[in-house]
Ligand binder design. Structure first.
Ligand SMILES: Cc1cc2nc3c(=O)[nH]c(=O)nc-3n(C[C@H](O)[C@H](O)[C@H](O)COP(=O)(O)OP(=O)(O)OC[C@H]3O[C@@H](n4cnc5c(N)ncnc54)[C@H](O)[C@@H]3O)c2cc1C
Length: 401
């Protein structure tokens, strides 16, 4: 197994034992990434399909247990270890970093916080144990950033719920056994009209259409989810009717922490590859590492990796203390993904033509880093949110007016 499980609330980094545990987990992840992921990542990125055996192996080793409690099937990791584990895996494949973070994000956290005992037993436990996968459907064809602008609706028929509408850009279409998703009974109520549901994959009226040939995030299967007169029994309700917006917001901080940690992994990979390549590649009779403009790019990557990591750690510690950390996690998500995107652009530049070749991973990092600036809230939104909180226009993430 991957770890010595710990309960959330356990203090972190305060004694040698904690640090040793954390190092052991991250070291095991690094060894696994080097021996099992690295040899196949380029091929499965091209094929747009992570081998199921690889996911199953990671599941069996506990990679997907994250911060979900042991009682609910997870590892009960502290947030600092969780973030370091995501970074380590993401250095080799940031999509597998997504898989590590997803059960602790909206997919699992919503059930952990709002699910009944039966829902936890049926969905959360096997999810956290890596035996099944799930998906979270929030984004719609006509609304991404504006979550409350969703147009998927439901009506009640006796105890049943009947859903009609569509979600777009939903990840894990190929492997998800269930979908945590949202529909509104009264669209005029905006946030107040939204309800959360758990939809089993085999429900009649659920239509899944994967996209093909994405620029980045290629190995994760993403696409449209359509609900056509989809009928659900009462026990598919997650939380209370009308309480769906609260469910959707359960795990935003964890989601942002996860993206930020993945971005640190991408930046670190760019840094390591650039350093190695700059020492070995020669131009004008000397290694390109001797050119100051190359050194300057390496400096930016090294500073960026370190500052992003410190910000991620600050977020992880805040979440560990039970704080919501809305502004801090927005900062980490925005900053770390901006740094990753710049680092990948600079790494690509240092590689010259070789960066275009599938032989090197900087091309994949470049394609993925751009997407990190969009998922879990576009960076423009985070930029606005951070400024609004700073200016007192938002308190604790909620609009005052
Ligand atoms: C590979 C991939 C996987 C994804 N997986 C999932 C998933 O599993 N589940 C899910 O629900 N969603 C998923 N998404 C969707 C993702 O969360 C959305 O793309 C994201 O929330 C942005 O929404 P949008 O693309 O509709 O952009 P829009 O909301 O249309 O915004 C477009 C642009 O407008 C600007 N903008 C919009 N509003 C503001 C504002 N208030 N202030 C400043 N600028 C603004 C921003 O620049 C933004 O980038 C995924 C997306 C991708 C690319």
């Amino acid at each position: 197994m991957l770890s010595t499980p710990r309960q959330p609330g356990h203090p972190t980094g305060t004694d040698a034992e904690d640090t040793d545990d954390r190092r052991a987990i991250v070291r095991m992840a690094a060894e696994f990434a080097a021996s099992e992921i690295a040899p196949q990542v380029a091929a499965y990125d091209r094929a747009e399909q992570i081998p199921r055996e690889l996911l199953d192996k990671m599941g069996a080793l506990g990679f997907f247990g994250g911060v979900i409690s042991e009682e609910d099937g997870g590892l009960g990791l502290d947030y600092v270890t969780f973030a370091e584990l995501i970074e380590e895996v993401s250095k080799t494949c940031q999509i597998l970093g997504t898989f590590v973070s997803m059960p602790s994000g909206l997919v699992g956290a919503s059930i952990e916080a709002f699910g009944t005992a039966e829902q936890k037993e049926r969905w959360l436990k096997p999810l956290a144990q890596g035996r099944i996968f799930g998906a979270a459907g929030v984004t719609e064809p006509g609304s991404g950033s504006d979550v409350a602008g969703m147009t998927t609706t439901y009506r009640k028929e006796g105890d049943d719920f009947v859903i009609n509408g569509a979600k777009a850009w939903i990840s894990n279409l190929d492997v998800a056994e269930f979908f945590v998703t949202f529909a509104s009974r009264d669209r005029s109520a905006r946030h107040g009209g939204v309800t959360a549901f758990i939809i089993p994959r085999d429900t009649p009226g659920l239509i899944l259409s994967p996209y093909k040939d994405k620029l980045g995030f290629r190995p994760i299967c993403t696409g449209d989810v359509v609900f056509d007169e989809l009928r659900l029994p009462a026990d598919a309700l997650l939380g209370e009717e009308g309480g769906g917006f609260k469910v959707a917001m359960t795990a935003v901080e964890r989601g942002r922490l996860g993206v930020a940690a993945r971005a640190v992994g991408v930046t670190q990979a760019c840094l390591e590859d650039t350093v190695a390549y700059a020492k070995e590649r020669a131009a004008f009779g000397r290694p390109i590492a001797e050119f100051q403009i190359v050194q300057s790019k390496v400096t930016d990557m090294a500073v960026g990796a370190t500052t992003s990591r410190l910000l991620v750690r600050e977020c992880a510690e805040a979440l560990q203390e039970g704080r919501r950390a809305r502004q801090l996690t927005s900062m980490a998500k925005m900053y770390a993904s901006d740094v990753a995107q710049k680092s990948a652009t600079d790494a690509f530049q240092v590689f010259g033509a070789a960066g275009v070749s599938p032989e090197h991973r900087v091309g994949r990092m470049y394609r993925d880093a751009k997407v990190l600036q969009i998922v879990e809230g576009s960076n423009d939104l985070h930029r606005a949110l951070i400024g609004e909180i700073e200016l007192g226009l938002r308190a604790d993430g909620e609009r005052r007016a």
